[in-house]
Write a protein that binds this ligand. Structure first.
Ligand code: GUN
Length: 293
């Protein structure tokens, strides 16, 4: 039996559930609407936004994409966000990160209305997550990891979890979700980062490891307890002489050597990635539903 956690299949299942909710909204005269904002021509961001646009179209969410030049001033982006905040048929707004250096991400994320913040990056939604108040939006990638754990039958209650990485998009919200006192969390969470002493020892103790620090194939087999559950969030481009482009994408986990000893493991690609998109769709449908109340 395979130990792979099939993110594509689980994302498809969630999209099927969301289709029912979108149909229900349509009967009530609402078509969920989502605005994407991309600044500059970062190749990875173009790919990610393209995938999200396609997934919206497939589900019946209407999306529009605003592309601004890399040299856009922060004030200009904030003015666009003010207009999108005020547009009734747009229930969600997503500003793709990373942003060019002259633009402060924290200011941008705080400008999107919390009720349209389907990324879960606004301080109000971050605060609600910390407080265990589920009326806010949760960031898509860590929410997707939780969903994968739940739907794969992984018990988090009382589990030792190591989160590798302390970023605002994955590491910190991931830890906040899994330490909450609820049925699909209740874990003992350790966040490891660049200053952690003896990261190996922390990892070897873990029942669940979530690798999200952005270092290619960092997690090696000798850092993993046999039977541990491994979730790989990493997307790293590395040189590869055998490929036409001269590069390939790898995760934060040395998959070939870790898979044989893992209890369950996400493939990469096909693990966490599709779930980020499924959770964005879920947040957007929820934002549209909330607009009715
Ligand atoms: N960049 C990397 N991940 C994300 C994400 O989940 N949302 C946004 N807006 N930008 C990202």
């Amino acid at each position: 039996m395979t130990n792979l956690i099939d993110g594509r299949a689980i994302a498809a299942q969630i999209q099927g559930e969301l289709a029912v909710r979108v149909a229900d909204l349509k009967r009530r005269g609402i078509v969920p609407g989502l605005a994407f904002v991309r600044v500059g021509e970062d190749p990875a961001s173009k790919v990610y936004v393209g995938r999200k646009e396609k997934a919206c179209a497939e589900l019946g969410i209407v999306s529009e994409t605003h592309v601004l030049p890399a040299e856009t001033a922060e004030a200009e982006l904030l003015a666009l966000l003010a207009r999108l905040n005020a547009t009734g048929h747009l229930h969600g707004i997503l500003v793709q990160a990373p942003l060019p250096k002259q633009i402060r991400e924290s200011v941008v994320f705080a400008t999107v209305l919390p009720s349209k913040d389907v990324d879960g990056f606004h301080p109000v939604n971050v605060g609600k997550l910390m407080l265990g108040d589920d009326s806010g939006f949760r960031p898509c990638t860590p929410a997707g990891v939780v969903e994968l754990l739940v739907r794969s039958g992984v018990k988090t209650d009382g589990a030792e979890v190591v989160v590798l990485g302390r970023g605002n998009i994955v590491g910190k919200p991931m830890a906040a979700m899994l330490c909450q006192k609820n049925k699909h969390a209740n874990s003992t969470v350790t966040i490891c980062h660049a200053a952690t002493r003896d990261i190996q020892a922390h990892c070897r103790r873990a029942d669940i490891i979530i690798a999200a620090m952005g270092v290619a194939e960092f997690l090696k087999a000798d850092m993993v307890k046999p039977g541990a559950v491994i979730m790989d969030v990493g997307v790293n481009r590395v040189p590869d002489a055998s490929s036409k482009t001269g590069t390939k994408l790898v995760g934060d986990v040395d998959f070939k050597n870790v898979q044989p000893i893992a209890g369950k493991i996400t493939p990469n690609p096909g693990g966490v990635g599709p779930m980020t998109i499924a959770m964005l769709l879920q947040n957007t449908v929820r934002a549209a539903e909330k607009s009715l109340t």
